[in-house]
Design a binder for this molecule. Structure first.
Ligand code: SF4
Length: 445
């Protein structure tokens, strides 16, 4: 008689990059014959993949470790917060192991020590495309680890180290496997997607019998050959974004620029150690829209950075009004322990940081509503994400919207009764809210 395989639970916190790390861990666990448990009660142990970016995320990670210890008792900690081993152990001396981000071998070592891998499984437990925590029709694909920039508010380079890029052929092979497994949309992620390949001097590797350079333009062009949606995230405003916009105009990748700009006032951008020419950025946006009129730009901003004056904030609001970005997210500046920005003079009260964030989002809501209003009557293609049985809605997304962070398209269920997640539907936009759209199948016209 064989003993049942140990069951492992996983709690995944943080951004899509951390989610991909969790996917790698569960893929290795299944490949070795472990079972996965969806709850604490059924698990022999729990892995908590933490986020350590902001102090609020660290607090959430500590709370999650505490909950896993309470509910299960056997806990392995990994992820960004794992670099602060001492802080975690001071609070929770009973955790089985603490490892940092991307330390997959160390996680597996800790799992083996607590529950040896089963030796008697005979099935191939892992599909070629690996295991994913996202719905089957989209997947995050990480092209590099780490970051070599020095933005003063950010501790990612300390947590995850400098840029380390994957060879283009590796990325493309994984993308092909995902497409073959039925993925309709690839979300390309890294800390700084434009920097891809710089650390390996853009070295070429062989894919489909030809050389592909490890450069984001060449990689994107090759990904465009797969015939599925390809969406680029976390682009830093390097000059070669212009080349990517040309690929978007050609229809090879989605016309979606996720470009976290953080601010528009020179002084604040300089203090952040970010590119600081807001006028030039406006001209570039104008140029990109001329090249690719269908383009949607998403950006994120920080309000209340140390030293941000009332004029700086007003300047940011005016800049946003001129730029008319389709999608905007905003964070009130948070002190992140060990971030260089903490040492800067001019710290603002949290209340002011949050008021400015709320004001920015209020202004952006008006911009978003007026942009979406203009889409009413337009025909477009959407990707179905889910069926909401309670509200009798098909929830879908346009090519201008990324999952989780952007808007949705709502279609009455009875107008598309056959629709299922992963379907591409041709629709006509019939209504617009602040961030979301309503639509009906184009065939209903
Ligand atoms: S580019 Fe992004 S990950 Fe890199 S230091 Fe700046 S904010 Fe952090």
């Amino acid at each position: 008689m064989t003993s049942p395989a140990p069951r492992i639970g996983i709690v995944s916190l943080g951004c899509p990059k951390a989610l991909v790390d969790s996917e790698r861990i569960i893929t290795r666990l299944r490949a070795e014959g472990y079972e996965l448990s969806p709850d604490y009660a059924g698990a022999d142990m729990v892995i908590v993949n933490t986020c350590g970016f902001l102090d609020s995320a660290r607090a959430e990670s500590l709370a999650a470790i505490g909950e896993a210890l309470r509910e299960n008792g056997k806990v392995i900690v990994t992820g960004c917060m794992g670099v602060d081993d001492a802080e975690i152990r001071a609070r929770y001396p009973n955790v089985l192991a603490v490892t940092g981000p991307q330390k997959f071998a160390d996680v597996m070592k800790a799992v083996h020590a607590a529950a040896p891998a089963p030796h008697d499984y005979k099935r191939d437990l892992v599909p070629p495309a690996g295991l994913h925590l996202t719905p089957a029709h989209y997947a995050y694909l990480k092209i590099s680890e780490g970051c070599s920039n020095t933005c003063t508010f950010c501790i990612i380079p300390r947590l995850r180290g400098p840029l380390v890029s994957r060879p283009a052929a590796d990325v493309l092979a994984e993308a092909e496997q995902l497409a073959a497994a039925g993925v309709r949309e690839l979300l390309i992620i890294s800390q700084d997607t434009c920097a891809y390949g710089r650390d390996i001097r853009y070295r070429a590797s062989q894919w489909r019998g030809k050389d592909v350079r490890a450069h984001i333009t060449d990689l994107s062009r090759a990904l465009g050959e797969l015939g599925i949606w390809v969406r680029l995230h976390y682009l830093y405003p390097y000059p070669h974004v212009d080349e990517l916009v040309e690929l978007m105009a050609e229809g090879l990748i989605l016309p979606y620029l996720d470009l976290p700009l953080q601010h528009a006032a020179h002084g604040v951008l300089r203090a952040m150690k970010r590119p600081a020419d807001d006028e030039r950025m406006l001209r570039r946006i104008e140029k990109w829209r001329a090249i690719c009129p269908d383009l949607a730009i998403r950006s994120t901003f920080i309000t209340g950075f140390p030293g941000e004056t009332e004029e700086d904030f007003e300047h940011l609001l005016e800049w946003l009004k001129a730029a008319r970005l389709e999608r905007v997210g905003c964070f009130a500046y948070e002190d992140v322990s060990t971030a260089p920005a903490n040492e800067l003079p001019g710290a603002l009260p949290m209340e002011v940081r949050r008021q400015r964030r709320d004001e920015l989002m209020r202004r952006q809501a008006e911009i978003s509503a007026s942009i979406l209003e203009r889409k009413v009557g337009m025909r477009t293609q959407v990707l179905v994400d889910e069926i909401d049985d309670d509200q009798q809605l098909v929830i879908a997304r346009t090519r201008w919207d990324a999952p989780q962070v952007d808007g949705e398209v709502w279609i009455a269920r009875d107008m598309a009764p056959e629709a299922a997640p992963g379907d591409l539907l041709d629709v006509r936009i019939t209504g617009a809210r602040t961030y979301d759209l309503e639509a009906e199948p184009a065939s209903a016209e």
